[in-house]
Design a protein around this ligand. Structure first.
Ligand code: ATP
Ligand code: MG
Length: 180
């Protein structure tokens, strides 16, 4: 599995429709301070369901919507779609490409999409749990997070290992059954 494409409109500093294509292997994003490199990573986290706005360096959920500059008016909606290559079938879906989308409006309401069909966040979580891109995933390592792994509480470290080994989905299924 690898990230093939990111498409955005109105997400943070990406006011205009932006499409970025990635190739298999290592891709490097470079640019001056403040040009949007970290915003790009925030977009990937956000589309995968990150709801902790502090993790996205904001204070309230609508902070991810382009809030205007001297030249451009603020927008009322942000949308992001990522396309993942699934030729290796790592994601439990019968598609060789999987598109995950998310939209948010100033009202604060979020919509999620899987291959263009409207889904719940729960459905997105199910697809990515145990792949390294799920909650407690290790595919995106933010600044300072390496330290968290090294110095973290035993339970937090355990969750990372459970995600890496793919057994976290069984924990979640068990917790769901227990909660019934
Ligand atoms: P550095 O090299 O310093 O890490 P960077 O390329 O990672 O920089 P980002 O943090 O991605 O930069 O981008 C920061 C810019 O994004 C700031 O100029 C900030 O004003 C802008 N920004 C963040 N949120 C919004 C928003 N909602 N609307 C418009 N601009 C935004
Ligand atoms: Mg940065």
């Amino acid at each position: 599995m690898y990230l093939k494409k990111i498409e955005m409109k109105g997400f943070k500093s990406f006011a205009e429709h932006t499409e970025i294509i990635f190739k298999p292997g290592i891709n490097v994003v470079v640019g001056p301070n403040g040009c949007g490199k970290s915003n790009l990573v925030d977009a990937v986290r956000w589309v995968l369901g990150e709801n902790n706005i502090r993790e996205l360096r904001g204070q309230k959920s609508e902070d991810v919507i382009f809030n205007g500059t001297d030249k451009f008016r603020a927008l009322s909606m942000a949308s992001v779609e990522i396309v993942l290559d699934n030729a290796d079938g790592l994601l439990p879906l019968d598609y060789s490409e999987v598109a995950v989308g998310r939209k948010i409006f100033r009202s604060g309401e979020s919509e999620f999409y899987l291959n263009k069909a409207r889904v719940r966040l729960k459905d997105i979580n199910k697809v990515f749990t145990g792949t390294g891109l799920g909650k407690c995933g290790y595919s995106i390592i933010g600044q300072g997070e390496l330290e968290e792994v090294l110095n973290g509480a035993p339970m937090d470290r355990r969750l990372i290992l459970e995600e890496a080994s793919g057994i976290i989905k069984y924990r979640q299924q068990r917790d769901e059954v227990k909660a019934r």
